[in-house]
Design a protein around this ligand. Structure first.
Ligand code: PMP
Length: 361
């Protein structure tokens, strides 16, 4: 039998077994073509069906209104840090950023290389362990950007921040994409690298309201131009065909589970089990994020010493609990429990935490 572990990696991350098996079954002969998806033309009718179905399924899952375009792009969420101001911010205009962790800090830095971007809040002084208490919003901002889930610090917004009237809301949702229902109509644009909740690395999903596409300046290189990329149906050039096929399979799997409300319930259950283990450990485990800012996707926590953290990660690995070492910038332990992590996996981690504390507490 093939060995599968409980994979707590932050991204690339665990994929649903069912999706991997489906891809495996279609690998050598995709829909009677005698070729894999990686070998067919991206202009073929078979691939057209792949990308159109992926788009339609995502539209249904997230309830994306007709006046939004969906793009499947390359360059990761990191390229979106640059594309966003290039497309949406007019020359001389300023954009607002809510800085709640490493990723929003990186996003604002990239935006500042190309023009003006100001922090409407910055929780770095608090060690990025909370959501901002108040926002200093520019009513003339060209957009307001936030990161719905900070993958490294484990801080997640439960509700969208409210932008001043007329200021478009933009979100990096890379690490909590399709993990819960969201009201897309509150957003002007959202983007997400696929490699956490949606599929393999190599494709980034961008969902943009039509009026945002009208902001693109005429002189942008085409590969950075939302308007042109949307108009081509993500087929201006050769797209990351296999990655798009895989996210399509993940969207179908998510629909089969009953959609995002059902997925949210399961995610909540997994997160509650782990946070309870932290809270009931009498201080042996200490969560990084303040309780009201706790992420349902990424749970960073500390142990009494770095030595114990090291031992924890190593022993967990021996028990087939993989990928628990925290990000090098914050240390400690981090459990990433994306959609495809099973309840069984979360429970196995909780069990391991309890036993580890008994032995070492
Ligand atoms: N934003 C967030 C919230 C992330 O977690 C990451 C990657 N971990 C990025 C952006 C950067 O994504 P990519 O590696 O796809 O460029």
């Amino acid at each position: 039998m093939t060995k599968r572990v409980f994979n707590f990696n932050p991204g690339p991350a665990v994929l649903p077994l069912e999706v991997l098996e489906k891809a495996q079954s279609e690998l050598l002969d995709f829909k009677g073509t005698g070729m894999s998806v990686m070998e067919i033309s991206h202009r073929s009718k078979e691939f057209e069906a792949v990308i159109q179905t992926a788009e339609a399924d995502l539209r249904e899952l997230l309830g994306i209104p007709a006046n939004y375009k969906i793009m499947f792009l390359q360059g990761g969420a990191s390229l979106q840090f640059a594309m966003l101001p290039m497309n949406l911010r007019a020359a001389g205009a300023s954009a607002d950023y809510i800085v709640t962790g490493t990723w929003s800090k990186t996003a604002i830095k990239e935006a500042q290389k190309l023009g003006t971007a100001r922090a409407a809040a910055n929780t770095e002084k608090e060690g990025f362990n909370c959501l901002p208490e108040k926002l200093d919003l520019d009513p003339k901002a060209t957009y307001l950007h936030f990161t719905s889930n900070e993958t490294i610090h484990g801080v997640e917004f439960t509700d969208e921040p409210v932008a001043p009237a007329g200021v478009p809301l933009v979100c990096d949702t890379s690490s909590d994409f399709i993990s819960r229902p969201v009201d897309i109509s509150k957003y002007a644009l959202i983007y997400a690298g696929a490699q956490k909740n949606a599929g393999p690395a190599g494709v980034t999903v961008v969902i943009a309201r039509d009026d945002m596409l009208e902001r693109t300046p005429a002189n942008l290189p085409v590969m950075l131009d939302y308007k042109a990329l949307a108009a081509s149906g993500s087929l201006h050039n050769t797209p990351p065909a296999f990655a798009i096929y895989m996210v399509g399979l993940v969207f179908q799997w998510a629909k089969k589970l009953g959609g995002l409300a059902e997925i949210q319930k399961t995610n909540r259950k997994k997160a509650d089990a782990i946070y309870n283990a932290i809270d009931q450990s009498g201080g042996f485990y200490r969560g990084h994020a303040m309780p009201e800012a706790r992420s349902v996707m990424n749970i960073p926590f500390r142990l009494p010493s770095e030595e114990l953290e090291d031992t924890f990660a190593k022993e967990a690995k021996k028990n087939d609990l993989i990928g628990l070492k925290g990000h090098r910038s914050v240390g400690g332990i981090r459990a990433s429990i994306y959609n495809a992590m099973t309840v069984e996996g979360a429970e196995a981690l909780v069990q391991f935490m309890k036993e580890f504390q008994k032995k070492n507490g």
